[in-house]
Structures are given as structure tokens and as C-alpha cells.
Design a protein around this ligand. Structure first.
Ligand code: HEM
Length: 413
């Protein structure tokens, strides 16, 4: 069994134009160029269609009758042979009506009013993490390592109901599963490590699911194991897919929302950290602008079920289509001053959480976590600035952010 971040992106290779550190740190000039000159293009090297303009991207995401999220849903699709991995059943890879049946099992748990009740707990976790790193007291910290990365992993582990004594193990598995391939690790070892972590975590979840069926508790694992959604109770395989999806879809994305926010605030000409301190509403609006301006998820994949026309081009059934949320979110046809970070931008109909049927289930949670971390940072620290370091882009072809973000600060805002 194989489940990694690449399942979320649907095995999509990277366009040559974005290869290399500089290009992936700053793809926005290239986006502007292709939005203008080849808004819907076929890239032979990847055997993939790319769609860059806001209206086209939104229309595709809105059209779940003609565009599926997975090639598995195309007539005649052959499952990969044993040993080549298979994809878990998840709502993300299912079309309606099965999609709604799967999503209905956890939908209530992710509604804004339910998520709002988590605020004190998320704040306590954030405060603990911040206390730990500030105890070093040397005026510098890596935002990713000390806050943006651990926070969403701890929150989802608690929500699922992973017991405290098993959280370190849980974090090690998720570290391995979401980590991208890198030049420092030999590719074979990397694949083996990912497979092993995926398998161990799957075994773990399966035993927990079994346990919750016998001994229900007040946690998300119990909901996943026992809830009768619109299609009845989930099978073991579906319940496992749900757990893995929540982990893969929710962690590295939230990490990069927080990190990208600090980069945006730091780059802005006014002292944004000071302006936003203590103003939750303004902070919320600024977080939406981060989702637009430096979208943590830059691209998603779709597959047309029948031949379809997009921007004057005919795309065949089964062809891979990549919709570039990151490019759509900078489209000047939709956003005035699209290439400027405008912290109080309204309206802001960005596509950072997607659109339509598969609109991000975790959006309320991601927004709340980001707001809490940023509020705690601006309340407790002053003179925050990003250290002028060699930023390294996250090693993924759809997640946008940096591997680490050293910041300098002074104590007490
Ligand atoms: C800033 C953080 C996040 C971003 C930018 C983000 C982005 C997205 C996007 C763009 C999609 C649409 C995928 C598609 O249409 O193919 C999506 C779907 C999804 N996200 Fe998020 N996400 C974030 C956080 C989370 C969190 C915290 C969770 C849960 C704990 C989560 C769970 C999901 C799930 C389950 C789906 C699939 C929904 C469906 O198929 O109906 N996400 N997310």
C-alpha cells in the first residue's frame, strides 16, 4: 500500500519552466506570461493540459459532471498492477454521488461552529510551542520547525483521538509520509521509508478503527469508524483512506499558510505585524489575502470524463488537466492590483481552498489555526523580521512555501 503527498496531487509532474529553486520560489512572472499568451496549453513533455486563468479554472472546478478528480473514474481505467501501489478510497478521488456519501461522515465535525469550539485548545497548544522555543531566548527561531509544522500535526492527532503517548510515533510517521524526495536521500531508501511509514500508520489506524467500533469515544476516529453517513458505515478501507486524507491534506498545507503569511507580512511596506496585532478581524482578512497571493496549494488535477472544450482547446476524455490555483489567484481580470499583497482586500473570491464539490473540508480549521498562530506571534513578539536566508522551496509540485523560515524578534509586543 502506498499513500503519500503525491496521491493528493494525482501523480502530476512539474512543468520544466518551474524547475529549479528560483523558478518555484517565484513562479508568478511565468504565470502572468502564460495567462496572457497561452492560458490553456498542452505540455507534451508531461502529457498534460495546463489552465491558468481564473474564469477557466473556476469553471472546471465547478463542473463535477464533466471533470473528475481521478482517472479511476474514467471508463476502462485499469488499476495499477500489484506492487505498483494503489490509491486509497477517499472523497477527494470520488465523484458525486459517492463523494457526498463519504464527505457526509465527517462534514459536521468540520463545520465552522464546531471548529470554533477548538479555539482555546489550539491556543493552548500554540502557547506551549511558543513558550518552548522562546525559552531558548536567543532572539531567533525557525518558524516552520517550531510552530507552523508541529501545530497542525498535534491538532489533527488530538482531533482524531491519538492518545498522547502515541503522538511522537504518529508525528514520525507523518513526517516521513509528507516529506518530499530530496537530493540528500537516495531515491530507493526514500521510497522504502515512505512505504514503511505508510504501512505502519495504516496498521495503526486500522487497529484504532477496530478499537473505536468496540469502544466508542468522543473523537474523530469514532466518527470515522461508526458514523452512518449518507451511504451507510464506511468500510475499513474507506475509514483508513479518510484518516490518511485528513493527515495528508491538512498538515503541510496549513504549515505553509502560516509560513507564507509571515513572508507576506514581512515583505509589506508598512509594519504589518504591528498593524495587525490585536485586531482579529483584520488578521482574518489578511489571511485570506495570503491564501490568494501566496497560495499554499498552487495546482490541482482534473480529468475530463468526455471530450470537452476549455478556452477554445479540445481536451480528450481521460487527459490530465492541471488547474493552476496559484495563477488564477493572480489573474488581473479578477483581482485589481493582482500582483500586490493588499492585506485588507475585499471582496476576495480566491481559489486557495479550491471551489465547488471538493472545496476544502478543513478550511475553517486551517483559518483558525493560522489566525491563532499569527495572533500569538504578533501579541507576544515585536520587531519580527525574516532573516535574510537562502530560502528553499518546499519539495512538492503542488505545495507552495519554504522548507524553513528563520525569523528574528524581540520579546514583548
Ligand atoms: C491552508 C491550508 C489548506 C489549504 C490551502 C487546503 C487546500 C485544499 C484544496 C485546494 C482542496 C481542493 C482539492 C480539489 O479540488 O481537488 C482541498 C480539499 C480538501 N482538504 Fe484542504 N486545505 C487546507 C487545509 C486542510 C485541513 C486542515 C484539512 C483537514 C484536517 C483539509 C482537508 C481537506 C479534504 C478532506 C479535502 C477534500 C475535500 C473533498 O474532496 O470534498 N484541508 N484542500
Amino acid at each position: 500500500m502506498r499513500m503519500s503527498a503525491s496521491d493528493f496531487e494525482g501523480l502530476q509532474a512539474f512543468p520544466a519552466e518551474l524547475e529549479g529553486r528560483e523558478a518555484w520560489l517565484d513562479p508568478f512572472e511565468w504565470y502572468a506570461d502564460v495567462r496572457e499568451h497561452s492560458p490553456v496549453r498542452y505540455d507534451e513533455a508531461r502529457d498534460t493540459w495546463d489552465v491558468f486563468r481564473y474564469d477557466d479554472v473556476k469553471a472546471i472546478l465547478a463542473d463535477d459532471e464533466r471533470f473528475s478528480t481521478s482517472p479511476r473514474n474514467i471508463d476502462g481505467f485499469q488499476e495499477p498492477e500489484e506492487g505498483q501501489g494503489f490509491m486509497l478510497d477517499t472523497m477527494l478521488l470520488q465523484d458525486p454521488p459517492r463523494h457526498e456519501e463519504l464527505r457526509s461522515v465527517v462534514d459536521d465535525a468540520f463545520q465552522p461552529r464546531v471548529i470554533r469550539d477548538l479555539e482555546p485548545r489550539i491556543r493552548a497548544i500554540t502557547t506551549d510551542l511558543l513558550d518552548d522555543v522562546l525559552a531558548d531566548g536567543d532572539g531567533e527561531l525557525d518558524l516552520v520547525e517550531s510552530l507552523a509544522y508541529p501545530l497542525p500535526v498535534i491538532v489533527i492527532a488530538e482531533l482524531l483521538g491519538v492518545p498522547p503517548e502515541e503522538r511522537d510515533q504518529f508525528k514520525r510517521w507523518s513526517d516521513t509520509i509528507v516529506r518530499g524526495a530530496s537530493a540528500d536521500v537516495d531515491p530507493e531508501t526514500f521510497v522504502q521509508e515512505q512505504q514503511q511509514a505508510g504501512q505502519e500508520m495504516a496498521m495503526y489506524f486500522l487497529s484504532q478503527i477496530e478499537d473505536r467500533r468496540e469502544n466508542p469515544r468522543d473523537d474523530l476516529l469514532t466518527t470515522i469508524a461508526t458514523e452512518e453517513g449518507e451511504g451507510g458505515r464506511l468500510s475499513h478501507r474507506e475509514a483508513l483512506g479518510m484518516c490518511m486524507l485528513l493527515l495528508v491534506a491538512g498538515n503541510i498545507t496549513t504549515t505553509n499558510l502560516v509560513t507564507n503569511a509571515v513572508r507576506c507580512f514581512d515583505e509589506h511596506e508598512s509594519a504589518l505585524f504591528d498593524d495587525l496585532a490585536g485586531d482579529e478581524r483584520a488578521l482574518g482578512t489578511a489571511v485570506e489575502e495570503v491564501l490568494r497571493y501566496r497560495s499554499p496549494v498552487q495546482a490541482m488535477t482534473r480529468v475530463p470524463l468526455d471530450a470537452v472544450e476549455v478556452g477554445g482547446e479540445t481536451v480528450a476524455a481521460g487527459d490530465r488537466v492541471v488547474v493552476w490555483l496559484g495563477a488564477a489567484n493572480r489573474d488581473e481580470r479578477q483581482f485589481p492590483e493582482a500582483d500586490s499583497f493588499v492585506p485588507d482586500r475585499t471582496p476576495n473570491q480566491h481559489l486557495g481552498f479550491g471551489y465547488g464539490t471538493h472545496y476544502c473540508l478543513g478550511a475553517p480549521l486551517a483559518r483558525l489555526e493560522a489566525k491563532i498562530v499569527l495572533a500569538e506571534l504578533t501579541d507576544r513578539l515585536s520587531a519580527i523580521e525574516v532573516v535574510d536566508a537562502d530560502l528553499q522551496p518546499v519539495r512538492s509540485s503542488f505545495i507552495y512555501g519554504v522548507e524553513s523560515l528563520p525569523i528574528r524578534y524581540e520579546r514583548g509586543a
